[in-house]
Design a protein around this ligand. Structure first.
Ligand code: SF4
Ligand code: SF4
Length: 125
């Protein structure tokens, strides 16, 4: 158990209604994902539908590359915290103390966290 826990704001804790996917956060459920080819509006490189990063925002992905007027300085996978292993949520995270409970303490984050919430400290159990 960590002696000092992070605030939810510090780890970008998203409540279930913001993750908005029962199976957890993944690129295929993020509005910045481009399905064919697997790519992202904000993150450089090949991106998998089953991956995820810290910049996840739920929404409907784009079917293909789109012409758009915004200038976007894309960031590396390392900067975004990208992983090929998505479907991240507290219930699947090794830090949720009692994953069988809808709300539970977390070893890393202050207060109670929710099974279908998630944060940037997520690690698969
Ligand atoms: S890499 Fe991050 S921002 Fe891009 S589609 Fe995946 S979750 Fe969304
Ligand atoms: S259980 Fe994991 S994903 Fe959920 S708040 Fe704690 S560290 Fe973050």
């Amino acid at each position: 158990m960590a002696e000092h826990k992070d605030s939810k704001a510090a780890v970008l804790y998203f409540k279930p209604k913001s993750i908005n996917r029962k199976g957890g956060a993944r690129c295929g459920a993020c509005w910045k994902f481009i399905s064919a080819p697997g790519a992202c509006l904000e993150v450089i490189g090949d991106i998998k539908a089953g991956g995820v990063c810290g910049l996840y925002v739920n929404g409907v992905p784009h079917k293909s590359m789109l012409e758009h007027p915004w200038r976007i300085t894309r960031v590396t996978k390392e900067e975004a915290g990208y992983s090929d292993e998505g479907d991240t949520h507290c219930v699947g995270c090794k830090f949720m103390a009692i994953p069988g409970d809808a709300r539970s303490a977390c070893e890393e984050v202050e207060g109670l966290v929710e099974q279908e919430g998630c944060c940037n400290e997520h690690e698969h159990r």
